[in-house]
Design a protein around this ligand. Structure first.
Ligand code: ATP
Ligand code: PRP
Length: 211
């Protein structure tokens, strides 16, 4: 039996057609049940419903053999103990630096509000720029308008949330999509099972892209 960690919401919803294509439709949808362990149509695959940011932790420690996580979450986690063999091409967006529309950012000390503290530090350090990060857990778009920060690092898809809060993209940082991740030990110890599961996911992604 293989165990796959996945978060409810956007990632689960966008994974559903892929799970169906690989003959592993979940027994129930997490929106209509409180069960956190969900069997699938494939007797050899069960799902763990976890918070999006917790997926790499479950997989790193082997509590799940596989997981579906956004690249943003993986960049922030660091990817220790994981392989990242497949881009699922779902939940696509961009991680950006954004600031109030038309505002000039300070050349010196820059305060950036974000839930992606490690990512932001790494990104600016690689460019020889020190920034102060202010950790938030959501609603980052609020921070510049109320004087908490000069700028934010957040995800953008349509740009609607930025626009609605008087912000604009200053700089795109990373292209984001959901990835299939695998526990390194599981890849070695259950090579055949995991390899077969990866092949099925890759075929499902290809079929979805062609559709
Ligand atoms: P939680 O609900 O557990 O606090 P979350 O709010 O980050 O976590 P979601 O909003 O469902 O969870 O986002 C899950 C993943 O979907 C993110 O990690 C990111 O990879 C991707 N994502 C987030 N926002 C968007 C968006 N607007 N468009 C496309 N993909 C997105
Ligand atoms: C995400 C992200 C942005 C928004 C961007 O939030 O954190 O706020 O989407 O999308 P847009 O460019 O299409 O407006 P989400 O909708 O997931 O809400 P949450 O962070 O509160 O879960």
């Amino acid at each position: 039996m293989l165990t796959l960690a996945v978060s409810k919401g956007r990632i689960f919803d966008e994974c559903l057609p892929l799970l169906e294509a690989l003959d592993a439709a979940p027994a129930n949808h997490p929106d209509s049940s409180r069960r956190l362990v969900v069997p699938t149509q494939d007797a050899d695959l069960r799902l763990l419903i976890v918070r999006a940011a917790d997926v790499p932790t479950y997989v790193q420690h082997g509590a799940a053999d596989l997981g579906v996580a956004g690249k943003d979450v993986l960049l922030e986690h660091g990817g220790e103990g994981l392989y990242e063999p497949l881009d699922l091409r779902i939940a696509r967006c961009t991680m950006v630096l954004a600031a109030p529309r038309g505002a000039a950012l300070p050349a010196g000390h820059l305060r950036v509000a974000t839930k992606y503290v490690r990512c932001t530090q790494r990104y600016f350090a690689a460019r020889g720029r020190q920034v102060e990060t202010i950790k938030l857990y959501g609603s980052m778009e609020l921070a510049p308008g109320v004087g908490l920060a000069d700028a934010i690092v957040d995800l953008v898809d349509t740009g609607g949330t930025l626009r609605a809060n008087g912000l604009e993209v200053v700089e795109p940082m990373y292209c984001i999509s959901a990835r299939l991740v695998v526990n390194k030990a599981a890849m070695k110890m259950q090579h055949e099972k995991v390899g077969d599961m990866l092949r099925r996911w890759a075929e499902a992604v290809e079929a979805e892209v062609r559709a």
